[in-house]
Design a binder for this molecule. Sequence first.
Ligand SMILES: Nc1ncnc2c1ncn2[C@@H]1O[C@H](COP(=O)(O)OP(=O)(O)OP(=O)(O)O)[C@@H](O)[C@H]1O
Ligand SMILES: [Mg+2]
Length: 305
Amino acid sequence: MIDENTTILEPSPLADFVETKYIKDITNRTLFYVKAGFPVHFRGVSGTGKTTLAMHVASKIGRPVVLIHGDEEFTTSDLVGGEYGYRMRKVVDRFVSRVLKTEEDMVKRWVDNRLTVACKNGFTMVYDEFTRSRPEANNVLLSILQEKIMDLPAGRGAEGPYLKVHPDFTAIFTSNPEEYAGVHRSQDALRDRMVTMDLDHFDYETEVAITHAKSKLSKRDVEKIVNIVRGLRESGKCEFTPTIRACIMIARTLKVQNITLFHANGAFTQMCQDILASVTSRVGSKTNQSRVRDIVKELVKTNVN
Ligand SMILES: Nc1ncnc2c1ncn2[C@@H]1O[C@H](COP(=O)(O)OP(=O)(O)OP(=O)(O)O)[C@@H](O)[C@H]1O
Ligand SMILES: [Mg+2]
């Protein structure tokens, strides 16, 4: 039985999904590893398309999808399931007419969580940012990925302590290496059981195509925006490198104003400075921001006109 609390997603193509040579190549390689029976892991800094690719690959696999987001607060039962709530049973014995005997017992009700549902039914599990969960919570995955057996805590009832993982079960993981710090080192055993694909920022063609698809701004203007953002990224002067999200933000803001980049003039420079200075610094240090603003001003000058 699939509990109604578990959301199962239909494997459908994503809206506005862009498939360039770069994306097709990664997708096809990933599907080979999946076909060979291995879990895959997309690793990369923020904005490199990990979550979107994971969902895309899942839709290509064609099985229903369960999505899990890694969380520091997670325990194993958040993945596997647990005893949530009670079922109460009351027996009233009126056999002896003058004696009313009632018997009550409370039975804890086991509810499968997403990982159990996926293993049992052969669904695709997308575990986004899995390193955010503590290793103890993720340990249950070790035997699932290696021996294809899931250990279940006592209390689940009839099926016993082990569940044989359905042959169609597939696991896709994502993580950000910057968050892969100290306490999560024992996730290494998990990483050793999967094929890791390291993702970098998109290539030029893909960055332009995605920004265009997400903003509907003309290709010509999008190319200039992407040049500016890539120029800042390559300058090496930012606390955080700007991602494709910055391209999308600038392009959409320009689009809602219904003007072309050529007519935006000084307002465009201002907008690029606002967006790029904010996304590239964490604490908003004045010196960092003014340095970024200067670089952006130069980049706008050389790329627009
Ligand atoms: N192939 C694609 N087609 C269309 N849009 C895409 C594609 N890949 C990524 N995007 C868009 O690029 C942005 C970043 O992608 P995504 O959220 O998948 O990155 P991420 O690596 O998971 O980032 P984070 O680490 O911050 O979660 C999103 O707005 C997403 O919609
Ligand atoms: Mg993501």
